[in-house]
Design a protein around this ligand. Structure first.
Ligand SMILES: NC(=O)c1ccc[n+]([C@@H]2O[C@H](COP(=O)([O-])OP(=O)(O)OC[C@H]3O[C@@H](n4cnc5c(N)ncnc54)[C@H](OP(=O)(O)O)[C@@H]3O)[C@@H](O)[C@H]2O)c1
Length: 114
């Protein structure tokens, strides 16, 4: 059943994993879906597989976030559903994390985005 028909959904980090699965479900529910990621080839491939719009945007870069928001606003007019999913795991316990890894994780952190 298409319960999300007429709704626009943005999934950051939608080219793999949890974001990809969520984008697939939102699309199946009838939403117009936009996915993002840093790697253009991966974004384009996932968007083609899912039948959604793919936009390249680094959520750790403020200018890229603003550009994404402008593009989505201009093209789609509104956002009904926003899944701030993009992120990376540090790969180490906090007491072993380097400052560079901590900064990378926090730069992409959902709290910094949108
Ligand atoms: N799986 C778990 O057990 C688990 C546990 C706790 C938290 N999480 C969090 O849940 C989220 C999804 O996890 P997942 O396992 O599905 O991860 P995943 O398969 O590695 O997918 C991460 C997605 O985020 C994108 N991404 C990473 N950095 C980005 C950036 N700077 N800007 C835009 N997109 C970016 C990646 O695309 P590009 O590489 O193309 O940018 C990819 O699409 C992440 O935030 C992760 O930290 C996952």
């Amino acid at each position: 059943m298409e319960t999300l028909k007429g709704k626009t959904a943005v999934v950051t980090g939608g080219n793999s994993g949890i974001g990809y699965a969520t984008a697939k479900e939102l699309k199946q529910q009838g939403a117009t879906v936009i996915i993002t990621g840093r790697r253009k080839e991966a974004v384009d491939a996932a968007a083609a597989e899912l039948g959604v719009t793919g936009l390249v945007a680094d959520q750790g870069n403020l200018a890229a976030i603003e550009n994404l928001a402008d593009t989505v606003s201009t093209t789609f007019g509104k956002v009904d559903i926003l899944f701030i999913n993009a992120g990376v795991l540090g790969g180490a316990a906090i007491e072993q994390a380097t400052e560079a890894v901590f900064d990378q994780v926090m730069d992409i952190s959902p709290a910094q985005n949108w």
